[in-house]
Design a protein around this ligand. Structure first.
Ligand code: DGP
Length: 114
């Protein structure tokens, strides 16, 4: 059993509502959604935070943004607009230490975020 929650979802040890997966990425619905559409896009590789992303991960991170845009279209939120958010560290509210990209849409968002 994985020590990391999101590694557990990626490896199907823990139940997750997975909407997309490929060789390097998995996207699943957030258990506590903050918008009508709220997905988490995670690399299969365990990386704790954005600060641990290495030179060799640059393509992987680019892929996440490509997949985010594809999923935004698939989920019907691309026309009105959507947000992709990474919380890094305690001050930003990161609670799960496996880097993840929130894809949020289906409502209006204010700026700046809280
Ligand atoms: P963050 O606060 O940026 O680390 O976001 C972590 C997100 O993970 C938060 O929005 C809730 C979500 N989450 C926590 N536990 C689970 C879980 O067991 N399953 C799923 N699908 N999402 C989870």
């Amino acid at each position: 059993m994985s020590a990391c929650l999101f590694c557990g979802i990626v490896k199907r040890e823990i139940k997750g509502d997975i909407v997309y997966q490929d060789d390097s990425l998995v996207a699943f619905r957030d258990i506590n959604p903050k918008a009508p559409v709220h997905l988490l896009i995670v690399p299969r590789k365990h990386i704790s935070t954005l600060l641990e992303v290495e030179q060799g991960d640059r393509g992987l991170i680019g892929d996440i943004f490509y997949v985010a845009a594809q999923l935004a279209t698939d989920q019907g939120i691309s026309k009105d607009g959507f947000r992709v958010v990474v919380n890094c560290g305690p001050g930003a509210g990161q609670s799960v230490y496996h880097v993840h990209f929130h894809l949020l849409g289906g409502r209006l968002f204010t700026w700046p975020p809280g």
